[in-house]
Ligand binder design. Structure first.
Ligand code: NDP
Length: 241
């Protein structure tokens, strides 16, 4: 008789896991039986997750969160750097603060999180890093000079990490969603939503769990040989980029 063995639960960290895409990602890992920590500034998250309050733009708070996660569920084996913000406006109206707030949260904090995670992963000699970018990082978008730059930056960062860490079986990949039904896109008018859907070959927004499916795949055994990749989950919006 052969005994079937379930894969060992892994220590997963999802930033921005209290709502939207991050929450769906955290729920998908929990459903697989993994140990999941979620962070956000306002707290909360799915049942069963270690819910931590942590502003990722503050280095001390990130360090404290990692210490708590390591004590509770072991070193982070899967990092999903998902937390992100927008501060949209046309370039001539974009202030230095609009620029730096978005870069600090979306890009610099992702560097901070990945650097800290890499420390434990290098010791373990395995690990998965997934950055949540955006189709806008590849296509550009009027009013999103700051956001698009931050999301494009994640691609260069992932690819550099892929080259630096690959020899230790650590992968670094990017998921680039198109428009997804979350609070971030709730602010769009009906007219803007229709205009966007008209440009999407699949003719609709994504649901958060459709993004989560790409992330769990990248973190799973089936993607062991995938690194430095940009996986679009955009209904075809960014095809060719
Ligand atoms: P939401 O606005 O719904 O959620 C953003 C998450 O990030 C929240 O959990 C928020 O928690 C957290 N967050 C923001 N700033 C910080 C911070 N300084 N420290 C800690 N946590 C922070 O966004 P979505 O779920 O829609 O987006 C998730 C990711 O997906 C983002 O990176 C976004 O750019 C990207 N994306 C989204 C798309 C969409 O159409 N929705 C399309 C393409 C990409 P809190 O406010 O409590 O801190």
């Amino acid at each position: 008789m052969t005994e079937s063995t379930a894969p060992a639960p892994r220590s997963v960290l999802v930033t921005g896991g209290n709502r939207g895409i991050g929450r769906a990602i955290a729920e998908a890992f929990l459903a697989q039986g993994d140990k999941v920590a979620v962070t956000s500034r306002s707290g909360g998250g799915p049942e069963g997750a270690l819910q931590l309050t942590c502003d990722i733009t503050v280095p001390e708070q990130v360090e404290a969160a990692y210490a708590e996660i390591e004590a509770a569920q072991g070193p982070v084996e899967v990092l999903v750097a998902n937390a992100g913000i927008t501060k949209d406006t046309l370039v001539l109206r974009m202030s230095e603060d609009d620029w730096s707030d978005v870069i600090d949260t979306n890009l610099t904090a992702s560097f901070r999180l990945a650097k800290r995670a890499a420390k434990g992963m290098l010791r373990l000699r395995r690990g998965r890093i997934v950055f949540i970018s955006s189709v806008v990082g590849l296509l550009g978008n009027p009013g999103q000079v700051n956001y698009a730059a931050s999301k494009a930056g994640l691609v260069g960062m992932a690819r550099s990490l892929a080259r630096e860490l690959g020899s230790r079986s650590i992968t670094a990949n990017v998921v680039a969603p198109g428009f997804v039904e979350t609070e971030m896109t709730d602010v769009l008018t009906e007219e803007q939503r229709t205009a966007i859907s008209d440009r999407v070959p699949l003719g609709r927004y994504a649901q958060p769990d459709e993004v989560a499916a790409a992330v769990t795949w990248l973190a799973g055994d089936g993607a062991a040989y995938v690194t430095g990749a940009v996986i679009p989950v955009d209904g075809g919006l960014g095809m060719g980029h």
